[in-house]
Design a protein around this ligand. Structure first.
Ligand SMILES: [Cu+2]
Length: 132
């Protein structure tokens, strides 16, 4: 076995330095990837969920326009009144009654106009418009 000569030592120091640099590059790639995933998740969350608040026996906003694939979430922001979401034009599809602080959601896949009301309060009206 030969002892390493001094040029070889210098090579291995250079290799060590390269290893540190590539570790930094790997870490940077990871951070970039994590950042991209976080950003994409935030953007998707914005695109995919739309909120309607129920307050004072009104749907706010009463008309909501969304893109296909959006989930609409209705949240009951009343003090003590329960409500439901009823779609009379779809065979009376209706949510359960939900109470203050609770919510109900439905995903809309197909373009169209979805008028709805509230089971116990037929004077309440709202609509979801799903664009093409
Ligand atoms: Cu109601």
């Amino acid at each position: 076995m030969q002892q390493p000569t001094s040029p070889q030592q210098s090579n291995s120091e250079a290799a060590g330095c390269t290893a540190v640099r590539s570790a930094h590059r790997r870490a940077l790639r990871w951070l970039t990837a994590i950042g991209a995933v976080t950003l994409a998740t935030a953007l998707l969350a914005d695109v995919e969920t739309a909120e309607v608040e129920i307050r004072g026996s009104q749907f706010i906003p009463a008309t909501l326009t969304v893109v296909p694939g959006t989930t609409v979430r209705w949240t009951n922001a009343e003090k003590r009144t329960s409500h439901s979401i009823l779609f009379p034009e779809e065979g009376g599809l209706e949510s359960e009654r939900f109470f203050p602080g609770e919510s109900w959601q439905r995903r809309f896949e197909r373009p169209g106009r979805y008028r709805y009301t509230c089971g116990p309060h037929p004077e309440m009206h709202g609509e979801v418009i799903v664009t093409e």
